[in-house]
Design a binder for this molecule. Sequence first.
Ligand code: DGT
Ligand code: CA
Ligand code: CA
Ligand code: ZN
Length: 585
Amino acid sequence: MNQNLAKILREISVLLEIKGVEFKPQAYEKVAHSIEMLEEDVKDIYQKGGLKALEEISGVGRGIAEKIEEYIKNRRIKDHALLKKEIPVDIDELSTVEGVGPKMILRLYEELKIKTRDQLEKAARAGKLRGLEGFGQKTEENILRSIDFLKKEHGRFILGFVMPEMRAIVEKIRKVPGVERAEFAGSIRRMQETVGDLDILVISKKPSLAMDFFVTMPEVAAIYAKGNTKSSVRLKMGMDADLRVLPPESFGAALQYFTGDKYHNVQLRQIAIKQGYKLNEYGLYKGKKLVAGRTEEEIYEKLGLAWMPPELRTNGGELVAALRPVRQACGEQAQGKPDGLPKLVEYGDLMGDLQIQTDWTDGENSIREMAEAAKKQGLKYICITDHTKTLAMTGGSDEKKLLRQMAAIDEVNRKFKGSGFKVLKGAEVNIMKDGTLDINDETLAKLDVVGASVHSNFNMPEKDMTARIIRAMENPNVDIIFHPTGRVIKRREAYKVNMDELLKSAKRTKTVMEIDAFPDRLDLKDEYIRKAVELGVKLAIDSDAHSVAHFSYLEFGVAQARRGWAEKSDIINTRDWQEMLKQLK
Ligand code: DGT
Ligand code: CA
Ligand code: CA
Ligand code: ZN
């Protein structure tokens, strides 16, 4: 119930904003956010404590509490329905287009009757937007570029956001009688940024029980096909899922094949053919004889390759790297490390987290709560990096507020004394248009870790954006560039920047580049991580947590680092905090 209610409240917020109503939109937005973050169902809260209990939820006053009550009772909110009738546009669709805000939505509807993204695209292609006052050819081009981008990602799901549900499904399948093994394959096993569908492979003595269970799970919305060895369904959350049951002697071959990716498979099959084998999802064959198939390892080994983690299996030279031992055996010159593959940073390697927001700005929780959650997660330190003043909508800190926060952190550290946990002082300062920062150097010098990032003026020419960030790197107080390309997966393209130049400057100025682990950021992306690693630029993996629940996202930052061939020593926060600080300039 919470997610649906939050969606409606958010829609009310946008509709009110479109109408030009003041203050109320922010109030609804805030409540929508609180509802999303609730662990308990609002319905339970209401049943236990009525309107009074609803008013305890952050941001909820009497008026909105009554709206929530109305929703719990009737599954609808009348004001919402009236607003929708007055402005019958698809807000979700339109507001995700870059540069299309509430005011523009209203004008598009009033002047061109545009309600959907398709209609907006048609109008833009027909050159109809540039006729409106204040719209130019440039606006039209930007809208079309954003729509193209959104379409490309359409139908894909952000790994970190869907992973908990996917894991729960596999866990349930593991408990079905007869099931000996159940594993992810496909893009989820490779820990890609986004996934198209869920692939699960199973070994079971009673395949029909596994199939029955799979197609009748409560998560299933529709059944495409049900068979003895393969079934396909559509999940209620919108993704498709395939389940395959395999005999044990083929499980490794199937795991290899269905993990992919496709390019990796095509190349691997070529390698097999060159050595006189045939490789498919059932096994590795010499003539008709099955020579490997039970495990992935034995298949790779038979082909003279080192087994490699799924995160590496893409069109990235991983097979050449894995082949080196074979070449060496053939008397060729050895190159690089013994088996050419990197020894990837492991999921448990992080000791700290260097980007965290608290309720001093736009985070949900206090410094103390964030510290306790991080400790529970097994981390040894965190750095508090609230936003700074030019990000006014978050209540960003100025110099004075930062000094007060430093004192508050000292206080929290006193409470943690003797526990081995440490809270470091930091900030996420804004890189202004000209590359200067919005906090003075004297204050920055007092912080343990300074992260700097771009939060405004995204539409600069590449040359200027590159110079802007490099200027920030040249500030001796700037330790890390946070989310260096500014992209938001499925929502916003990266700003234009010359990454080769940035990485060279990072190396020269000893600035660390961040891998922001928040599931829709994952910024740097894998190919840039790999370049950074090759150049010897240091990296940090941070959660960008805005609530205690977000520390679990670190996993996806580690996955990203692994897909970028990063090793433990490349990541500064795999060290304890004293050693980590020594890595900074
Ligand atoms: P997705 O679902 O779009 O996020 O990406 P994948 O990689 O999970 O792709 P999917 O589900 O279509 O197929 C799973 C794996 O099966 C894929 O990674 C490799 C293998 N596979 C699928 N189609 C082909 C193919 O045409 N040739 C080869 N060699 N392998 C394929
Ligand atoms: Ca898939
Ligand atoms: Ca599939
Ligand atoms: Zn933030």
